[in-house]
Design a binder for this molecule. Structure first.
Ligand code: FES
Length: 67
């Protein structure tokens, strides 16, 4: 799915930036170029960043419950 039409950035590109260490919306935008033109995609980028952090938190909780 294309997240940013101005810079042709996909959700895969956003997830790759997150996997490479981007931890904030601005870091993802810097890494991918998303949100650097009209800005209408920033909410979608933010939703992907939040979903990624929620997945990390769920994994940490699962790790904590297992130990
Ligand atoms: S759609 Fe992303 S900057 Fe315009």
């Amino acid at each position: 799915m294309i997240v940013c039409h101005c810079k042709v950035v996909s959700d895969r590109d956003v997830r790759a930036a997150l996997s490479d260490g981007a931890r904030s919306v601005s870091a993802v935008c810097r890494a991918t170029g998303a949100g650097t033109d009209c800005g209408s995609c920033v909410f979608t980028v933010k939703a992907l960043v939040c979903a990624h952090h929620a997945e990390d938190a769920a994994l940490l909780e699962a790790d904590g419950a297992a130990s």
